[in-house]
Design a protein around this ligand. Sequence first.
Ligand SMILES: NC(=O)C1=CN([C@@H]2O[C@H](COP(=O)(O)OP(=O)(O)OC[C@H]3O[C@@H](n4cnc5c(N)ncnc54)[C@H](O)[C@@H]3O)[C@@H](O)[C@H]2O)C=CC1
Ligand SMILES: O=C(O)[C@@H]1CCC=N1
Length: 274
Amino acid sequence: MASRVTFIGAGNMAGAIIGGMIDNGHPASDITATSPSDEVLAPLRERFGIHTDTDNVAAVRDADIVVLAVKPQIMRGVCEGMRDTLQRQRPLIISVAAGLTAESLQAWMGGGLPLVRCMPNTPSLVGAGAAGLFATPEVSAEQRDQATALLEAVGLVEWVEEEGLLDAVTAVSGSAPAYFFLMFEAMEEAGVKLGLPAETARRLAMQTALGAARMAQGSEFTPDRLKRNVMSPGGTTERAIEHLEQAGLRQIMADAMEACAARAREMAEELGKR
Ligand SMILES: NC(=O)C1=CN([C@@H]2O[C@H](COP(=O)(O)OP(=O)(O)OC[C@H]3O[C@@H](n4cnc5c(N)ncnc54)[C@H](O)[C@@H]3O)[C@@H](O)[C@H]2O)C=CC1
Ligand SMILES: O=C(O)[C@@H]1CCC=N1
């Protein structure tokens, strides 16, 4: 029998994972999502046929897995509100919140629960997610497998053995879809300046990104080698790559990703105080 999974929060991230799970054949009748607002829940109910509830406590009462998917800033109140029921039911908890440490989450839920911290990303919606997972000592091998199965239904899963590494995962994959969306915007704008219709530039840029990722994923060659295969000596690509290197693209990425991970650490400090 499939696990009964309750999502606390029904926003971008919960919606992306739920959509991916349904596409992968998880029964909608075993999935519940909550939000204080039925206006938020109605579209999910209609689109996926899942259960919804405006009451978090009622929704976790018979859950096998509870996915915490509210904003980090309200997580404490949400966890404290479900504390007694979670302690009785003892489901596997999966938090997708950026920053919040296992120590804080456990303290807010009364402690000792099997807790997996997960950093997923929104491409989960199309089955192409990339998630980093960390298990607390309370998590059994079977529950680890359950968490893997749930997230593998919507994409790639990588376990990390140190909790702090989830901040690096946030920089590399959790936040990273946005870096590529920014790149699409920039490429479309530049394509338009070069005379292409916006739609044409957008379609070409996206298909190229998809093609490059698929080609690199299945390749025995490094990204550097694949890059060099495109760069004919004295040709056009060489000129563009020289420009990107001289303009400091590598440093820009390093700085942006360091800022991302630092913000996750800062959020843990700000929100983790008891
Ligand atoms: N958006 C993203 O790309 C990613 C988000 N995350 C994490 O996922 C979590 C959720 O982020 P988003 O989905 O982007 O936020 P969101 O704002 O889209 O969704 C939050 C949801 O929580 C609901 N909510 C508000 N108060 C509630 C309460 N008291 N009880 C139950 N539900 C309540 C809202 O109605 C909304 O549906 C955050 O902790 C974030 O760090 C992690 C990885 C990627
Ligand atoms: O921006 C954020 O804080 C969340 C976590 C990773 C992606 N979105």
